[in-house]
Design a protein around this ligand. Structure first.
Ligand code: KG4
Ligand code: ZN
Length: 332
């Protein structure tokens, strides 16, 4: 039995083929970074146009690499939201067409639940309850999973997502897009204690996040110390900022561990590719003597293997499935 996943929620066009044994036969990701780089961020209109241009080829490539014919697919899975509405509609319409033509079930997948699923796809033995920290360009959220397919939102960002804060500071300094990986590269060897950042606190919701204050503090440091792309202390500044972004993530996780006593910890989403954040997360888990599950870098980025995997989980759980042509995209 084969599932085809499709993901077009933001600026990656992705398709993947999985077996019902959760074997990833192909996982194709076409990034639009080059299209958006000149603007320093994703331009929604360009993103949807680009998805339209490439989705057919990306799905074809995923099938070819898997060695599976379209007519052999038993289940279609597609990201329904949250994301850019125009981008989502491209994947959703494409998947609806396939499901309708081949008369096979179509499953709508939540992008954030998909990111969490990436951890389960690579580790089939994660113990419950689990705490999952999702850190991406559009979202920063903390979930409690009492069991498979149950996601209780404990906290989320009140303003910017962690990745967004990294991207915006990179854009301000003219480093390029996407900012996260560029900051990581340029921060290498820098002194993470060189620039001070105070910890953001949200009084009434201690598990919520806020990154706009850090961004403002970063801009103040940039102005006061005259930080530029060529500045000799650029690495120190970026290492300090990266550390300041990682700190509240682990702080809130620590609070949630005290409150909920989980058996395992999950880190996922695009920013989970970050070496410093991965290290801080693992150090914390080790201190707590809890197993840490972090997907491989390719599975942290937006991809369609996580989308197909979650649809297969739902199928295995006995959730009814149909050729649902009424599925609607949701932006948030
Ligand atoms: O999950 P994702 O691929 O797309 C969204 O759903 O948002 O995450 C993209 C975000 C961007 O903000 C990007 O700068 C960040 O992940 N990112 C990183 C790294 N690689 C990607 N941030 C820090 N370090 C990295 N190595
Ligand atoms: Zn994502």
């Amino acid at each position: 039995m084969y599932a085809l996943g499709i993901e077009t929620s933001c600026d990656e066009t992705a398709a993947a083929v999985l077996t019902d044994g959760f074997e990833v036969l192909s996982n194709v990701i076409l990034s639009q970074d080059e299209v958006h780089a000149p603007y320093g961020g994703v331009v929604p209109e360009l993103a949807s146009r680009q998805h339209i241009k490439t989705i057919d080829a990306v799905v074809g490539e995923a099938l070819a690499r898997a060695g599976v014919e379209l007519k052999a697919i038993d289940l279609f899975a597609v990201t329904q939201g949250p994301g850019l509405i125009g981008s989502l509609l491209v994947g959703l319409s494409f998947a609806k067409g396939l499901a309708y033509f081949f008369k096979k079930p179509l499953v709508g997948i939540d992008h954030l639940e998909g990111h969490v699923e990436a951890a389960f796809l690579e580790n089939r033995d994660i113990g419950f309850p689990a705490l999952a920290l999702l850190v991406s360009g559009g979202h920063t959220s903390l979930y409690l999973l009492e069991k498979k397919l149950s996601y209780r939102l404990l906290g989320r960002t009140r303003d910017d997502a962690a990745g967004e804060a990294l991207d915006k500071i990179a854009k301000f300094l003219g480093l390029g897009y996407p900012g996260g990986p560029l900051i990581e590269k340029l921060a290498a060897g820098g002194d993470r204690t060189a620039f001070a950042f105070s910890r953001p606190r949200i009084k009434d919701a201690p598990l919520d996040f806020s990154f706009s204050g850090l961004k403002t503090a970063a801009l103040k440091h940039i102005r006061e110390s005259g930080i530029t792309k060529e500045h000799p202390r650029l690495a120190d500044f970026l290492a300090s900022f990266e550390e300041a972004v990682a700190r509240p993530l682990v702080d809130n996780l620590a609070r949630a561990v005290d409150e909920f006593g989980p058996k395992s910890l999950i880190l996922c989403g695009g920013v989970a590719r970050n070496t410093r954040l991965r290290a801080r997360f693992r150090q914390f888990a080790d201190r707590q003597k809890l197993p840490a599950f972090i997907p491989s870098p390719k599975m942290c980025t937006d991809n369609a293997a996580m989308v197909a995997a979650l649809a297969l989980e739902k199928r295995a759980a006995g959730i009814p499935m149909s050729v649902d042509l009424d599925l609607d995209a949701y932006p948030r």
